[in-house]
Design a protein around this ligand. Structure first.
Ligand SMILES: Nc1nc2c(ncn2[C@@H]2O[C@H](COP(=O)(O)OP(=O)(O)OP(=O)(O)O)[C@@H](O)[C@H]2O)c(=O)[nH]1
Ligand SMILES: [Mg+2]
Length: 510
């Protein structure tokens, strides 16, 4: 670990100069860094990343002196976790410069408990008898094994989810569950969800700065590479946070955009997602360097960073213009299709509703098609239209749409306006509601609010209470009666007769 002679020398000099002195020692026992601090602490320089494998340790141990109290401090533990040091030792320096007790700690393999490190019993420096080589091999082996067991797919992001809310009640519990399912839909491995109650989010860091350091330590211990906030982050907040935590930081909007990006299939869907992403990132790009416009004026004042930023921004803008042009063309084509349809006098019925309620399943069963369905938010991104023939030989167009979600970010709403444009042509909106949803009322409310924001609140609407097979018949019936809707099981064609009857009725007689 360290020889008594080295401890004695370190203590003597440390006392003489009146500052803390630290050594970073590699596995071969060589001293790689000598760090001179001040009376109260030391700052470890930026180490080049040498981690070869998640779960591995740094391969450096920190031995440093403490001039007053010898015990390890919060900063020592932070360094241990942040830098994944092999070990940290502090050596108490007596007033005469002789070494006193040595306090050691090391990381422990990550598990479900929040314990990140183990503190060793303090011993006099001449009694540090740790067989370091054998010890570190075993510890690292154990950490790597646990870490591998924790990570299902190496390509997946490993994230901590962060929720900030004023109080924990039914509404927030619902939004936490929803946030988690969004993360899953984005193929993120969720390591933990941290909830902080805060009436007013911190303007700079959303959570407190101290809390952020704790989160960072946790992220390091669990080998996370991503921090996702349920909160919308302003560009400056995102920047301040990533200055403290050395991880990728994204917010709910970016998470949803990420899902959309993974899901988009048609050209139009892809364009819309990319546009929304560009818009969102561009606002961040501008925020990243507010003094940019001032610098850009002078000759020779631009650093490589600035000019790259400038190019990035110009490229992003050009790309956005191109994409916008293309959307306009697609939108025109779509309008023509609508006009053509109008010529054939085919009425349109649009299926809408909260995400994951069974809209696409209903479309499939009604029209015997095979639109993609899945148990996750935003399975459908690109709307599809099918023809449906009613018993009385009336033909209609039935369309599926992207699912709604509460607090739909403005950037996203704008991007999907054009796919929702068609809704204004619909004679009837079929609002699909998931009976198995424990927060059915919140969801119905959210849908109503979104419809109002799209100015569709006055459209004829029929509520379809779905997944009746998974709930008690009297509950399904009660909902249907209360809202003058119908209860169905979209998976089962035999339950759809009353719905078809009602749709036909409304199309025929309004
Ligand atoms: N038990 C049961 N499950 C259903 C029923 N209808 C749909 N589901 C399931 O609910 C999940 C969501 O179905 P989708 O049709 O993809 O839902 P959606 O509303 O189109 O969802 P998004 O497109 O993601 O907004 C799938 O796992 C379906 O199998 C039903 O009547 N009963
Ligand atoms: Mg769908």
């Amino acid at each position: 670990m360290i020889t008594h002679e080295l401890c004695t020398e370190l203590s003597r000099i440390s006392r003489q100069v009146g500052i803390q002195i630290g050594l970073l020692i590699n596995r071969q026992g060589g001293v790689e860094y000598v760090i001179a601090g001040n009376a109260a602490g030391i700052d470890i320089p930026k180490l080049e990343r040498r981690r070869v494998h998640p779960g591995r340790l740094q391969g450096l141990r920190l031995i440093h002196t403490h001039l007053t109290d010898g015990e390890l401090t919060y900063e020592d533990f932070t360094d241990l976790a942040r830098l994944r040091l092999d070990m940290v030792y502090s050596i108490e320096v007596g007033s005469d410069g002789s070494p006193g007790l040595a306090y050691g700690a090391h990381l422990v393999p990550a598990d479900d408990t929040a314990i990140l490190w183990k503190v060793l019993e303090a011993v006099p420096t001449f009694r540090i008898e740790l067989p370091f080589d054998a010890f570190i091999l075993e510890l690292e082996g154990e950490i790597t094994r646990k870490q591998t067991a924790l990570s299902p797919g190496a390509h997946e992001d490993r994230a901590l989810l962060m929720v900030v809310c004023p109080a924990i009640n039914e509404t927030t519990k619902d939004s936490i569950t929803e946030f988690q399912s969004l993360a899953q839909a984005a193929h993120i491995t969720v390591l933990d969800t941290l909830v902080q109650r805060k009436v007013k989010p911190d303007p700079r860091y959303v959570v407190g700065k101290g809390k952020l350091s704790d989160i960072y330590i946790k992220a390091l211990a669990m080998d996370a590479n991503l921090l996702v906030f349920d909160h919308e982050l302003s560009p400056s907040q995102a920047r301040s946070i990533s200055e403290i935590v050395d991880l990728r930081v994204i917010d709910r909007t970016q998470l949803i955009l990420d899902i959309f990006a993974q899901r988009a299939r048609t050209r139009e869907g892809k364009i819309q997602v990319e546009l929304a992403q560009l818009k969102y990132n561009l606002s961040r790009l501008v925020g990243k360097n507010p003094s940019l416009s001032r610098l850009a004026g002078g000759i020779g004042t631009r650093g490589p960073g600035e000019s790259k930023l400038e190019i990035d921004r110009r490229r992003a803008k050009e790309r956005m213009e191109r994409l916008e042009k293309e959307t306009r063309q697609i939108s025109r084509k779509r309008r023509l299709t609508r006009i053509r349809r109008g010529r054939h006098h085919l009425p349109v019925i649009s299926i809408i509703g909260y995400t994951n309620t069974g809209k696409s399943t209903l479309l499939n069963t009604l029209t015997k098609s095979s639109v993609f369905t899945a148990d996750m938010p935003f399975a459908t991104l690109d709307p599809s239209s099918k023809r449906l023939k009613f018993p009385r030989d009336i033909e209609v167009i039935i369309t599926d749409t992207v699912g709604f979600i509460r607090d739909l970010p403005a950037d996203l709403k704008a991007a999907f306006m054009s796919t929702l444009e068609e809704l204004s042509d619909a004679q009837l909106l079929l609002e699909v509601i998931d009976l198995t949803d424990p927060h059915i009322d919140f969801r119905m409310q959210a849908v109503s609010e979104i419809l109002r924001s799209l100015d569709l609140q006055d459209k004829p609407r029929l509520k379809v209470f779905n997944k009746a097979d998974r709930c008690a018949p009297e509950v399904a019936l009660a909902f249907a009666l209360r809202y003058d809707g119908v209860a169905v099981s979209a998976k089962d064609r035999s339950t759809l007769a009353p719905l078809i009857e009602r749709m036909q009725e409304i199309i025929l007689h309004g």
